[in-house]
Design a protein around this ligand. Structure first.
Ligand SMILES: [Zn+2]
Length: 378
């Protein structure tokens, strides 16, 4: 049977506007889908486009507080009230604008649709580039995230009796996903991100946060020093994830594929390229029989859409020609399409050594403290 893969997209995603210069790019899904189409990545056997509906209030209540949803209903009209600030609404990152609740309900609707398609056996791969809002809490908005579609989708899988491996490669720590499942041993959360000492959310994402109670050992943080590039990132990735997946035996992988760890993005100090990113996505694809892949951060349209187009190609196992040799003479392939890949990034020997040494320490900690609890190496 051929692969069944679904790309989640709604034309309504682009119908919203916050304020001039707002860093969140509403065109993320539209631009990615256009680039995928130009590359012929949507006319592939077994691939379908699906459009979500808004999540219902009832669906949102399984994670979010009723009072907060009431506040969002008022914010949806675009009128700011001072009391909203206490819930993170009305800030530069989470502004109040007409339809702000509708937009995020639609995003959640997408991730819930993806979860249902996987649970019902209608697809093995689902990609929703607009999802991945990992910073939203039960009663607050943070870091461009108003509702947490990741937590809500994982809850769906859990209610179906599935074990969930969550891997987050966004530059920022997946703080509220960690928080939601911190006491559980049927959700394994692994987040690779820039060291929170130098990046939002600052207060969490350190390696010592291991989970609590029966969840102890089931939460893994891999903070990477500012300046970390492909080599060190992939080294940790390859070293940690296959043994974790073998021991945990997930029914589904929920992957947050934020593109803001790329050097070509402006929002973090990590220095990955699409070459490392694609290899990471390729490895993720092997860790579980099914995958719900979500977008998350990405603040430079060109960089983000290339990364997600490459991710989609990798997820549906359609090879993209590696045209690295053409990168220096201009970024065009023989067939006239622009290269999807980044140019190489220069990292000094000194900087590479520094980030590698720091990463080795983190990995050693995980192998010593988490692995025995997960039954790895015993
Ligand atoms: Zn991010």
């Amino acid at each position: 049977m051929s692969l069944r893969a679904v790309f989640l997209h709604s034309e309504r995603f682009t119908a919203f506007r916050a304020y001039e210069g707002y860093p969140w790019i509403f065109e993320r899904s539209q631009a990615t889908i256009e680039l995928c189409r130009r590359q012929g990545l949507l006319e592939v056997k077994g691939v379908a486009l699906r459009s979500p509906r808004r999540a219902t209030l009832e669906e949102l209540k399984s994670y979010h507080k009723k009072e907060y949803l009431g506040l969002l209903e008022r914010a949806n009209k675009g009128k700011f009230e001072e009391s909203m600030l206490a819930s993170g609404l009305g800030t530069l990152e989470c502004p109040v604008y007409p339809g702000c609740f509708d937009y995020h309900r639609l995003v959640v609707g997408g991730s819930l649709l993806g979860a249902r398609l996987l649970l019902d056996g209608e697809a093995e791969v689902v990609f929703g580039p607009t999802g991945g809002l990992h910073h939203a809490g039960p009663d607050f908005a943070a870091g461009f995230c108003y509702l947490n579609d990741v937590v809500l989708a994982i809850q769906r899988f859990l209610s179906g009796g599935w074990r969930v491996l969550y891997v987050d490669i966004d530059a920022h720590h997946g703080d509220m996903v960690q928080d939601a499942f911190y006491h559980r041993d049927d959700v394994m959360t692994v987040s690779f991100h820039e060291n929170p000492e130098t990046l939002f959310p600052h207060r969490s994402g350190f390696v010592q946060e291991m989970g609590e109670g029966k969840g102890k050992g089931f939460n893994i943080n891999v903070p990477l020093l500012a300046g970390t590039g492909d080599e060190t990132f992939l080294w940790a990735f390859v070293r940690l994830l296959p043994p974790i997946a073998r021991a945990f035996v997930p029914d589904v992988l929920v992957a947050v594929l934020g593109a803001d760890a790329l050097a070509s993005d402006s929002m973090s100090n990590l220095r990955l390229t699409t070459h490392g990113y694609v290899r990471a996505v390729g490895l993720l694809r092997t860790l579980a029989p099914r995958i719900l892949a979500l977008g998350c951060g990405g603040y430079v349209l060109d960089s983000m859409t290339r990364a997600w187009t490459l991710a989609w190609a990798t997820l549906i196992e359609v090879p993209i020609r590696d045209d690295a040799e053409l990168l220096f003479g201009g970024v065009f392939q023989g067939d006239g399409l622009p290269s999807l890949h980044d140019r190489p990034v220069f990292i000094s020997q000194e900087e590479a050594m520094k980030s590698r040494t720091a990463c080795e320490e983190v990995v050693r900690f995980i192998e010593e403290h988490h692995f025995p609890r997960l039954g790895i190496g015993t």
